[in-house]
Design a protein around this ligand. Structure first.
Ligand SMILES: [Zn+2]
Ligand SMILES: [Zn+2]
Length: 413
């Protein structure tokens, strides 16, 4: 018999471990698949609260002050951060503008506010109402906060525009760069287990010790990592709880096929038209890369090639392979396949860089006859393909890799 509250399930392979005290700043990793189980972060809640409040201040500065300015001859043109999404909307590509607006501005704000909503009351000894739902929201939005990808798009835009004009970085750009760092630090300092323990303590919840036997089926919540032995929704955060993601294989395949269908028009139709002094032809993803390389911007060309062509193809291939291997009950190197999945999940969102670039250039370069950038419909298809592959990666349940292989010694109590 073991106490359920002292156990932890690996979120990638579902192996069960008993929590033990580890040294400050040390991490405990899964013996089976190498995924991180938990960390010991000293003073986690206070540190992350301070960082999230700083992030909120930086977000406000980033959105109120000028982002980038362009000087050509006597003309000076300045933009706010939301210009990228707005330019797409004005050019009749509202859906793509909305994606840019949500992932670079709105989702980060909701995440930051939600975290402050959870952390501040706990600090004052109050349990925040609906904490479970708010935490669910944070976990759902986290993969769609793409400030870092947006920043890469901005850097590429700045280099690309050097040939055209003097680019003047604004206060907003500095704030956004700092926000990126502070937000990453806030996330790394936050330990959800500590938060939940504190909330339960504040609520003086009857944390009756649930004892389990080794043959009990343990259900693991994907969102908050809570464990329980029965029920259909998580006792802690309220999310639907399943032994494994239902229909994972079929839905991942369906999303992958849709992504392939979107990638075809994404590569055939132009993603943008860059006109200098009234001259310039529409560019597809590939011709845009060739243009960059021929223009001597090797580094940029390679980054865009990697993000827009190599990453999407690699992602489609690796997810297809993972699905195939799971369906065939493959026994081959589950640890390597788990690593492949982890890499696939992380690199996926970087493909959005081209979409941000198109939005940024359209927003920044509106100097009348001198220079103009208009987005093309290919960018919308490409954005849809990237979103579909990201959804596919989230829908795939990596625990299937282990369920079906013979390396299945799930309980290591
Ligand atoms: Zn594991
Ligand atoms: Zn939960």
């Amino acid at each position: 018999m073991t106490e359920l509250a002292r156990l932890i399930a690996c979120h990638e392979c579902a192996a069960i471990y008993r929590r033990t005290a580890i040294a400050p700043n040390a991490t405990a990793n899964c013996q089976r698949c190498d995924a991180m189980l938990y960390r010991h972060i000293p003073d986690s809640l206070n540190r992350s609260l301070a960082l999230y409040i700083t992030a909120l201040i930086l977000w406000v500065i980033a959105n109120l002050f000028p982002f980038l300015g362009m000087k050509v001859g006597g003309i000076y043109h300045e933009n706010l951060l939301f210009a990228a999404g707005w330019a797409l909307y004005q050019n009749g590509m509202g859906e793509l503008g909305l994606v840019v607006f949500l992932t670079s501005i709105v989702f980060p704000l909701i995440t930051i506010l939600s975290m402050i909503y959870l952390l501040l009351p706990v600090r004052l000894g109050i349990a925040p109402p609906q904490a479970g739902r708010v935490f669910q929201l944070v976990r759902t939005l986290e993969p769609w906060n793409l400030i870092s990808v947006f920043m890469l798009g901005t850097l590429i835009a700045i280099v690309k525009l050097q040939e055209l004009a003097t680019v003047v970085p604004g206060l907003s750009l500095a704030a956004l760069s700092l926000l990126l760092v502070v937000y990453a630090m806030a996330r790394s300092q936050f330990d959800s287990e500590t938060l939940w323990q504190r909330i339960e303590k504040v609520k003086a919840l009857d944390t009756a010790v649930t004892s389990i036997r080794s043959d009990d089926k343990i259900l693991h919540c994907h969102l908050c990592d809570g464990l329980q032995t029965k029920g259909h929704s998580c006792n802690r955060c309220g999310a639907a709880i399943h032994h494994r993601i239902e229909g994972s294989i079929e839905q991942t395949w369906a999303l992958l096929f849709s992504a392939v269908l979107m990638l075809i028009p994404a590569n055939l139709f132009p993603v943008m038209t860059f006109k200098k002094l009234g001259k310039g032809a529409p560019d597809t993803i590939l011709s845009g890369i060739i243009y960059l390389i021929e223009g001597g911007l090797w580094g940029l060309g390679l980054i865009v090639l990697f993000a827009s062509i190599i990453v999407p193809i690699a992602k489609l291939l690796s997810l297809s392979y993972l699905l195939y291997s799971v369906q065939k009950n493959s026994n081959w190197k589950p640890k390597d396949r788990a690593l492949l999945y982890r890499v696939t999940e992380v690199i996926g969102s970087w493909s959005m860089v081209d979409v941000f670039l198109v939005g940024l250039l359209s927003g920044l370069v509106s100097l009348g006859l001198l220079a103009n950038v208009t987005p093309g419909i290919g960018a919308s298809f490409f954005g849809a393909a990237v979103i579909l592959t990201m959804l596919a990666a989230h829908q795939f349940d990596p625990r299937l890799i282990w369920d079906r292989s013979h390396h299945n010694s799930a309980v290591a109590l």
